[in-house]
Structures are given as C-alpha cells and as structure tokens.
Design a protein around this ligand. Structure first.
Ligand code: GAR
Length: 228
C-alpha cells in the first residue's frame, strides 16, 4: 500500500550539518514509531554528513546553498518553494542554522517545528551549553517547539531536562543533551503525525489540552547514551 493510503504524513527535514537528529527521524520512520514518511531532506550547506545519511536511506536530498543568494529573503523564498514542491504536512528543522524570515515562518506556521539545545526560554541563539555552565545552572536540556517569527521564541511542545555535572564542558554537555534530543524530537513528530498536536492561536494543544509553558516535561528513565 502506498503512503497516501496508509495515511502517513509527509515530512521534510531541513539540516545544516551532522544530521544526527535527522538520523533519529530516519530510524523512527523506518520502525514506524512515526506515522510519517521523510519525503525530502534539504540542506543549506553542501557536503554535510546529514546529506550522506539521507542518501543512505534513499531519501531525496537537495542543497539550497544560502551563499548563492543575494539576500536572506531570496534564499528563504527559494527554499520555501522547494519545500512546497514536496507538499509536506510537517517541516522539521534539525540543526538548521539559519535565521528564517517572518515570510518563511508564516508560510509554514503550525507545521514547522524546531529543536533547540536549551531549556527555552533560557538561552535562545548560540553557545547554549557554555551559557548554562557559565550561569552555574543545575540543569540543561533541549526543547522542541513550534516555530514562530521570534527567534527560538515559539511555544514549547516538549522538553528534556538533563542534570549538569560538575566537570561538564560545553562538549560533554552537548553530547549528553543530544542523546535526549534524539528521543524527544521524534516523539513530538509522532504526536503531530497522529493528529494529536497542533498550534492554536499561538498555544500548543496536545490531545485537546492546552500545554503549560515549557510543554510536556519528559522524564527519560534510561540514559540514552551520548549523541553521535
Ligand atoms: C542539535 O544539538 C540541535 O539542537 C542544534 O544543533 C544540533 C544539530 O545536531 N540546533 C540549534 O542549535 C538550533 N538553534 P545534528 O545536526 O546532529 O542534528
């Protein structure tokens, strides 16, 4: 039976680098934990490992190189057209390291999600792990959220909290958090693909309930191991 008949949602993933979160989507779609099909992987950078992961899984993969566009808005318009050519139900930013214009975000509002390596609203932007260490925080983590025009400011769907250890470096913490990212990101996508999750008037609704700020807080019993 084809994907349409099985009601699988069409997912486009945007990457800029290693694509370990992409890999978690590839794996969870393959074992059918996510009721979805990865219809395309798009990268704004050529030659990145995420593109190899997509090719190895026989997923159409395309480079839309931001450096060959005159302006951010021209790049975003071209990228949006490529995304739309795959008619996605869900657009997943997985380590996509470009700031998106409001025009782009509004075109995909409600079906555009991102993962950010901090407990938002703490530490939007870059160097999140070093900032958590420098602030003496007792915990760090990652947040999956709907994307809105405000950078890393959209409402949270799910967070994983990771205790900070006294000898943590930005690298050790990033690696530990990444292992949890690989669990919570496919989980959020699974909810979306089951039709349980939506953005309604700026709020996140899961199973017809309004989620609190910070979204669902996932307790992950077993340490998932360091991320790739
Ligand atoms: C992940 O840690 C993700 O949370 C982060 O980039 C990494 C990508 O890793 N995203 C951001 O910082 C977005 N603001 P991956 O390419 O191995 O999935």
């Amino acid at each position: 039976m084809n994907d349409q008949l099985m009601g699988k949602r069409r997912i486009v993933v945007l990457i800029s680098g290693s694509g370990s979160n992409l890999q978690s989507f590839i794996d969870r779609c393959a074992d059918e934990s996510i009721n979805g099909t990865l219809v395309a992987v798009l990268s704004n950078r050529p030659g990145v490992k995420g593109l190899e992961r997509a090719a190895a899984a026989a997923i159409p993969n395309i480079v839309v190189d931001h450096s060959s566009f005159e302006s951010r808005s021209e790049f975003d318009a071209a990228l949006a057209d490529v995304i739309d050519s795959f008619s996605p139900d869900l657009v997943v930013l997985a380590g996509f390291m470009r700031i998106l214009t409001p025009q782009f975000v509004n075109r995909f509002l409600g079906r555009l999600i991102n993962i950010h390596p901090s407990l938002l609203p703490k530490y939007p932007g870059l160097h999140t792990h070093q900032r958590a260490i420098d602030a003496g925080d007792s915990e760090a983590g990652a947040t999956v959220h709907f994307v809105t025009p405000e950078l890393d400011g959209g409402p949270a769907i799910v967070q994983a909290k990771v205790p900070l250890e006294s000898n943590d470096t930005a690298e050790s913490l990033a690696s530990r958090v990444l292992g949890f990212e690989h669990q919570i990101y496919p989980l959020a996508a699974e909810w979306f693909c089951q039709g349980r999750l939506e953005l309604r008037e700026g709020h996140v609704i899961l199973d017809n309930e309004l989620l609190p700020e910070g979204g669902v807080s996932v307790e992950i019993a077993e340490h998932p191991g360091a991320g790739e």
